[in-house]
Design a protein around this ligand. Structure first.
Ligand SMILES: Cc1cc2nc3c(=O)[nH]c(=O)nc-3n(C[C@H](O)[C@H](O)[C@H](O)COP(=O)(O)OP(=O)(O)OC[C@H]3O[C@@H](n4cnc5c(N)ncnc54)[C@H](O)[C@@H]3O)c2cc1C
Length: 312
């Protein structure tokens, strides 16, 4: 069976691995320069900063079985067991940044980056997936793992009827600031993560304390309310407001370099009641964190569940 997956984020790559292990012929397309989607890691000089997901937790046995393999391969490590106080539950991080998890998953798979999929056509035998170079890629089945509004836009030609209720799923936005510092004399306490520390930020992460950055570097994520209120301002203005809001957390440290970051589809505000959606013919599925839970574990489990459904 030939399967095309749109999206090389966590859900798409978990599905691709599972289908490839079952000896299906799988190609993954992603519009990004690299794999990872919202598992995003950026280098600024000698600093390494996660600018999407910051850490993850594990609740299910199924996800734990994958995370244990990543631990053995040193792809992830335990960062801490709680930020403000210890609660006994491990918080994991990618050992080379979060995007390292998806780079690991992509090994040995046919993944094409810089490849925007812009439409999907039904054919007599399956689908044509059309990429932005105009090429039509034929396949038997398709899995879409982009945030739901982006997957909807691929359906615009009417290839598949998706449930109208799915249109109501919206995503919180996140405005972020990446800051490379000259020292560790900032005010982010051990173990290097602070959740909801003030009225602007939902998380501040110390990438050096997390173990991924050779130099001092903080990631600031504004909370959904602040991000929504400021999202449409000019990027320079957002940058300046974030720098002002970050000031109390910098202590005596000076910023050497900083960058703002906008996530339009950061985390789903509501989720679909099933871990994936599949059309009546069983040939087109949707997966991602809007299905099995609005975090990394949900994205992974959704990709795996959709892969199983496509092989039935
Ligand atoms: C700022 C931020 C902080 C977060 N913090 C945490 C956290 O601390 N812990 C946690 O567990 N989760 C966190 N999350 C959520 C977590 O990152 C996501 O749940 C997870 O990464 C989603 O994976 P996914 O595969 O479903 O989607 P994505 O990672 O979004 O992957 C979808 C992929 O589809 C690609 N794509 C879209 N449209 C097209 C197209 N037309 N053609 C080709 N490719 C396309 C995109 O480029 C993308 O790579 C955070 C997210 C953000 C943004």
């Amino acid at each position: 069976m030939r399967v095309i997956i749109v999206g090389a984020g966590l859900s798409g790559l978990m599905a691709a691995q599972s289908l490839t292990n079952d000896r299906h012929d799988v190609t993954v397309f992603d519009k990004g320069r690299g794999v990872g989607g919202r598992l995003a890691t950026r280098r600024i000089g000698d600093a390494t900063l996660d600018h999407g997901a910051q850490f993850f937790t594990v609740r299910s046995e199924e996800f734990a079985s994958h995370v244990n393999k990543w631990l053995e391969a040193s792809v992830v490590h335990e960062w801490c067991r709680g930020f403000d106080s210890e609660d006994g539950h491990p918080r994991y991080a990618g050992s080379k940044g979060m995007s390292g998890i998806t780079k690991h998953l992509a090994q040995g798979l046919d993944v094409r980056t810089n490849a925007l999929v812009f439409s999907l056509e039904r054919t007599a035998n399956g689908y044509n997936v059309i990429t932005d170079d105009g090429v039509a890629h034929a396949c038997d089945k398709v899995l879409l793992t982009a945030p739901i509004p982006q997957s909807f836009s691929l359906m615009f030609g009417g290839a598949v009827e998706m449930p109208d209720e799915m249109r109501t799923i919206d995503y919180d936005r996140t405005l972020g600031l990446l800051a490379v510092l000259d020292s560790d004399t900032h005010n982010v306490r051990s173990p290097g993560g602070m959740q909801n520390p003030d009225e602007v930020f939902s998380f501040i992460g110390d990438n050096s304390a997390k173990g991924i950055s050779a130099t001092h570097a903080l990631t600031f994520h504004a909370n959904p309310e602040w991000s929504r209120a400021h999202f449409d301002l000019e990027l320079d203005e957002i940058h300046s407001l974030l720098l002002t809001a970050a000031r109390p957390w910098l202590g005596k440290a000076q910023i050497l370099e900083s960058q703002p970051k906008k996530w339009r589809f950061a985390t789903p505000r509501t989720t679909w009641p099933e871990p994936f959606w599949i059309d009546a013919s069983g040939t087109l599925a949707l997966a991602g964190d809007a299905f099995a839970g609005p975090k990394m574990e949900g994205a992974a489990l959704s990709g795996l569940a959709a892969a199983r459904a496509l092989t039935n």
